[in-house]
Design a protein around this ligand. Structure first.
Ligand SMILES: C[S@@+](CC[C@H](N)C(=O)[O-])C[C@H]1O[C@@H](n2cnc3c(N)ncnc32)[C@H](O)[C@@H]1O
Length: 198
């Protein structure tokens, strides 16, 4: 994904803050900082490419260090998307707020609470990365995704078995978009979630 100068400057501010805060609050694995742009930022940006033209309320669950939520909010700052980042850890939420402040983002906010405790957000879009196995994520989508909404769940090499496990209790449509940054991994585009086996 090619990015504008403003986006590139904001991504740099984000990366510098991540590097500075990481030793204190462990936002990403220390070893992965050497390859931050490819391993984390590009990984998150590829989700943005899947939803060109999207507008409305986007919710990123378990944002941690802002992946993919902050990266997407930066990349989509010029669009009609508004981002809510849900993160239960107070220190990580403080980091996310600091990034929003320092980058001057006007399209993002942070909710510091457990996903299960937040009243339904009726999101048009939901993202999650490295948060929970798919069956658990389905219960989060059931709570927070609008009926016509779409989720983009970033999954590792085991995504197929996670989809099988989730189908035991949930009905949903699933399109797997192969990852451009990790072989075998995929972003699962999920819609039409309802409880009950097919
Ligand atoms: C493994 S980290 C992944 C963070 C980020 N998405 C990434 O890819 O680097 C999972 C994050 O989700 C948060 N989290 C886990 N369970 C949660 C819950 N039930 N409600 C809110 N946040 C949660 C944790 O505090 C943590 O920051």
């Amino acid at each position: 994904m090619s990015v504008s100068r403003e986006t590139s400057e904001r991504l740099e501010i984000y990366e510098q803050l991540l590097i500075r805060w990481n030793p204190r609050i462990n936002l990403v694995a220390e070893v992965s900082l050497a390859d931050l742009r490819a391993r984390h930022v590009q990984d998150s940006l590829q989700v943005g490419d899947l939803m060109d033209g999207a507008e409305g309320h986007w919710v990123d669950l378990g944002s941690g260090g802002g992946l993919p939520g902050i990266v997407l909010a930066i990349a989509k700052a010029h669009t009609a998307l508004f981002f809510t980042l849900v993160e239960s850890d107070q220190r990580k939420a403080a980091f996310l707020r600091e990034v929003i402040r320092k980058t001057g983002l006007k399209n993002a906010r942070v909710i510091v609470d457990r996903i299960e405790a937040v009243p339904p957000l009726n999101a048009a879009y939901i993202s999650a990365r490295a948060l929970a196995p798919l069956p658990k994520l389905m219960s989060y989508l059931d709570l927070h995704l609008a009926p016509a909404g779409k989720a983009y769940l970033m999954k590792g090499r085991q995504w197929q078995s996670e989809v099988e496990d989730a189908r035991i209790e949930w009905n949903f449509n699933c399109i797997a978009h192969p990852s451009r940054t990790q072989e075998g991994a995929a972003t699962l585009e999920i819609s039409g979630v309802s409880h009950g086996a097919s």
